[in-house]
Design a protein around this ligand. Structure first.
Ligand code: PEP
Length: 249
């Protein structure tokens, strides 16, 4: 049985003032039967970790360098994230693929670095609107998974987030049938590549998850939770999403 996971990706948002939101999220998450992960900017990881205290909520980075240390000014290694208590790292987010030209091969190298530091990689894949309109969604995602998810993926070290690029931050979402189609294809691909671990790897949906659509999305087969951007910044938005996931079938 896969435990459900709600991950909040603050991106380049939030501030010290947002730590009061963390307090409210922690208070609401304690006692729920789901995993909760907060991924603030790296500068705020220590503060968020301190605010969570001993509660079981996890923290994660939003990227890491493929190497463990060295002359890479401005970069952060998986070891650094682990050193400040992070257990996860988001990798291959479409904003990194677009803003920084990250390829599947680079994402895979980062995933291996994350694993070496005992971090769980939350690997993002998703099609653009042009790719969806061209009917290429499943092919694009299969190619991204093939290239971005290295050999060795398992339930304890890998989460895959299906995030249609056109749904991120836009208020648009795919239909439930479209999400179901992609998640079924992802699960089938995992079975082909990692037969022993395929059922243990969690599949998240990400892209404009809000309190108003969360329950419907979480009812879709093979959706094990969500990667949430904008709605993870405020407890008023994120807490109802956590509750919806907790109540999901
Ligand atoms: C994201 O950036 O991973 C994301 C899903 O963003 P949003 O929820 O704001 O669409």
């Amino acid at each position: 049985m896969r435990r459900k996971l709600a991950a909040g990706n603050w991106k380049m948002n939030g501030s010290r003032a947002s730590l009061t939101e963390v307090d409210r999220i922690v208070a609401a998450a304690v006692g729920l039967g789901i995993d909760v992960l907060l991924c603030p900017p790296a500068t705020h990881l220590v503060w968020v970790r301190e605010r969570i205290g001993r509660e079981g909520i996890r923290t994660g980075g939003q990227d890491c360098h493929p190497e463990h240390h060295g002359a890479h000014t401005g970069d952060i290694s998986a070891a650094h994230l682990a050193d400040v208590g992070a257990t996860h790292v988001i990798l291959g987010h479409s904003e990194r693929r677009l803003d920084h030209g990250e390829t599947d091969a680079l994402v895979a190298a980062k995933v291996r670095a994350a694993w070496a530091a005992d971090l769980t990689a939350v690997i993002c894949v998703g099609e653009t609107l042009a790719e969806r309109r061209a009917g290429d969604t499943l092919e694009v995602i299969a190619r991204q998974v093939e290239g971005s998810v290295p050999a060795g993926a398992a339930g304890h070290n890998t989460v895959i987030a299906y995030e249609p690029v056109w749904a991120i931050g836009t208020g648009l979402t795919p239909s439930e049938a479209e999400i179901a189609e992609v998640h079924a294809a992802l699960r089938a691909q995992l079975h082909r590549r990692f037969p022993a671990e395929a059922e243990a790897i969690r599949l998240l949906y990400g892209g404009s998850v809000k309190p108003g659509n969360a329950a419907a999305i979480f009812a879709v087969p093979q959706v094990d939770g969500a990667l949430v951007g904008g709605a993870s910044l405020r407890a008023d938005d994120f807490v109802p999403i956590l509750a919806a996931l907790d109540a999901a079938p």
